[in-house]
Design a protein around this ligand. Structure first.
Ligand code: WTA
Length: 659
């Protein structure tokens, strides 16, 4: 839990207070794995750092190239180009590649709908649907370089849509279907998407989500959108309307489309997708990834970290709307030709045993989820787990936020029966693929530590001044480029350099996380050091929320902070000052929480809104979030000497406690 680590206010570094030193050794199935031992891991890792060209060049032979590349890496700090001159297509790596192999008639996706409906799609089925949709999109006039937004619940058509875009060289931008219409519109506007692929509706915790209505609202003001393609979720009627000339049903489109769409030979460095993520400013950043490097990074990491085998049933519980779903539902697993489970709904619907019922029934072998889910399962109790036969499981993974040792141990013992290694994988939308992680069968694990860097990742810990810390706390950084790294922020070259490469004069990639390195060189990720909050594994920029708050006519100023939460990891607290003449009330607080849910998404709804006369500020006018955090966590107030008006603060702390 974040609370086990302390921020040292004077150095700005995180320090580990309670260390969990128990080490879980390599499990007995080690001899099967691709990296069978620690010496082997070290040998390969050192090679990947000393000579990335030959390390990745060798692995890149496994990709299907239309034209071979000329150079493995061009590194023009901070801009990297991988496999320069090569041509290939992502959909070929995920689908065509398997056509003549044993994977053709193998299940690619076992899809389970929340109400219990089930579909299975083989790799051949996926190939056929992707080709048809790709042809149909081409007929609509969508082509190479066009941006296509995908706003869909977890249906098989979601990966199909992404791969169809990739096939014709269009750039997909998936927007998580929990985002509001305004958030969707902002993203469409930012990248100038020409089409949206969506669904009429979906299920979440027993209620129907009217997805198409949200899209209608979003595209009302989005001038770039020419087409809206609508998948019918099926099962029941999801009420929606269609706009003549703009909207078309997916089924109608496919029924008249050609069976085959020739894959566009894409340049290694052509963008494959844009995925918006939160940062320190109010505007989300459109992180973009390119074909070759991203494909190689996700293929190799999926295979190594999850030890993917022919007979595996892999289940990553993330939504495709986040990077985890892009890399470890679509591109990583599909390049490896494994069978997967894809689930539409919530983990506790209709009962808190739903996930374990699915694991038992589908004989899931490798399971990848977020610590927040694990903490929730712990809270619901073992009684939902123990009746289930989970013996099919052989490997467990976590991602998205630090895992507290208690949750790690519960996962290890109750879900994994002490047999399954746990891979705690640290990475980001920006890194594209898993970057710090144990390798099952090789790395002894310690609960709460993401352990050691993956191949090609030259990770380090630095202090604010840029001195490297070999043992101790500081900021997480990466020295060298790696294949799946982001290539930039859509439409804003400078922001990429400034955000990620300017902290230490362009010498290191700055991840935005605080971390600690122990005597064995293990990395312990502590959490974000910027104004990004991790709520239930969802990355949320507080500045985005603050802008939404001040759009309310009664609000003068707002500051949003994250504080530790037992299940969610962190939760959001909004401190709000009102305009002159406005009165605060419980109703207004509720209205403001609703406003955020409506403007950005329900998953961003603040836990609490607290009214303040004035926000604590430094003399230069900077809001002191640190003090707000101290108040919200009940800590003694730290140094207040730089504060413009310190008397108001004690009062605020009292009011916060009493409210
Ligand atoms: C956090 C998700 C601790 C971290 C793949 C990072 C983690 C942010 C871990 C990226 C982990 C992710 N341990 N923290 N294993 N994995 N994080 O872009 O703060 O949604 O910077 O990518 O999640 O979130 P994003």
């Amino acid at each position: 839990m974040p609370s086990e680590n302390e921020l040292n206010e004077s150095t700005g570094a995180f320090e580990r207070v309670a260390g969990e030193e128990q080490s879980f050794p390599t499990p007995p199935w080690a001899e099967q794995t691709r990296t069978p031992s620690m010496p082997e891991y070290r040998r390969r890792w050192e090679k990947s750092i000393a000579d990335p060209e030959s390390f990745w060049g060798e692995l890149a032979r496994e990709l299907v190239w239309d034209r071979p590349y000329d150079t493995v890496l061009e590194w023009n700090r901070p801009f990297a180009k991988w496999f320069v001159g090569g041509k290939l297509n992502a959909s070929v790596q995920c689908l065509d590649k398997h056509l003549d192999s044993s994977a053709t008639d193998k299940t690619a996706i076992t899809w389970i709908g929340e109400p219990g409906d089930r579909r299975t799609l083989t790799y051949r089925d996926l190939y056929m649907s992707v080709n048809k949709l790709a042809s149909a999109l081409k007929q609509l006039g969508v082509g190479r370089g066009d941006r296509v937004a995908v706003y869909m619940p977890m249906l098989p058509e979601l990966p199909i849509a992404c791969l169809a875009c990739a096939r014709i060289g269009a750039i997909h931008t998936v927007v998580f279907a929990g985002f509001s219409s305004q958030s969707l519109r902002d993203r469409i506007d930012d990248c100038g998407a020409v089409a949206v692929i969506t669904a009429d509706g979906g299920w979440r915790r027993g209620s129907q989500m009217r997805i198409k209505d949200i899209v209608d609202d979003a595209v009302k003001g989005a001038s770039s959108i020419k087409h809206v393609v609508v998948v019918k979720r099926g099962g029941v009627e999801f009420p929606h309307s269609m706009t003549h000339g703009r909207d078309v049903y997916y089924d109608d489109l496919l029924s008249s489309a050609d069976d085959f769409a020739a894959p566009e030979p894409m340049d290694s460095e052509d963008p494959l997708f844009i995925l918006y993520t939160s940062g320190t400013t109010g505007k989300p950043k459109g992180i973009f990834h390119t074909h070759a490097g991203y494909l190689l990074g996700t293929m190799v990491s999926a295979r190594e970290v999850f030890d993917m085998r022919d007979n595996d049933v892999f289940w990553c519980t993330a939504d495709v709307g986040w990077i985890t779903g892009h890399s470890y539902i679509i591109y990583g697993p599909m390049q490896n030709g494994v069978s997967q489970v894809m689930y539409e709904g919530a983990p506790n619907h209709p009962t808190p045993g739903r996930f374990w019922e699915i694991v038992e029934k589908e004989k899931v072998t490798v399971f990848y989820t977020a610590p927040t889910a694990i903490r929730a399962f712990m809270g619901w109790g073992d009684k939902w787990v123990t009746p289930r036969d989970l013996t099919s499981l052989r490997l467990l993974g976590t991602v998205g936020e630090p895992i507290n040792p208690e949750a790690w141990r519960w996962y290890h013992k109750t879900i994994g029966a002490g047999r399954c290694p746990i891979v705690d994988t640290w990475w980001q939308t920006e890194t594209g693929s898993i970057s710090i992680t144990p390798l099952p069968g090789a790395t002894p694990t310690k609960p709460g530590s993401a352990t050691l860097p993956f191949y090609g990742i030259d990770a380090a810990i630095l202090d604010e001044q840029g001195n490297e810390v070999t043992e101790g706390g500081g900021l997480l950084a990466i020295r060298k480029p790696w294949p799946a790294m982001m290539r930039g922020i859509w439409g804003d070259e400078n922001r990429y350099r400034e955000t990620y490469w300017s902290k230490w004069d362009g010498k290191y990639y700055f991840a935005g996380d605080g971390a600690y390195r122990d005597k064995d060189g293990y990395f312990w990720i502590v959490g974000r050091v910027d104004d990004v909050v991790n709520v239930s594994g969802h990355r949320i920029g507080t500045a985005e929320l603050e802008s939404a708050f001040v759009e309310h006519p009664a609000v003068n100023e707002a500051a949003v902070i994250g504080v530790p939460h037992k299940i969610k990891g962190e939760c959001l607290i909004g401190f709000v000052s009102l305009c002159d003449g406005q009165r605060h009330s419980a109703e207004l607080a509720e209205e403001l929480r609703d406003l955020i849910a409506e403007k950005i998404g329900k998953f961003c709804r603040p836990e609490r809104v607290m009214f303040v006369e004035d926000l604590p500020k430094t003399r230069s006018g900077k809001i002191m979030r640190r003090l707000l955090r101290d108040i919200a966590t009940g800590k003694a107030l730290g140094d207040v000497t730089t504060l413009a008006d310190s008397s108001a603060l004690e009062k605020l702390a009292r009011e916060y406690r009493d409210e």
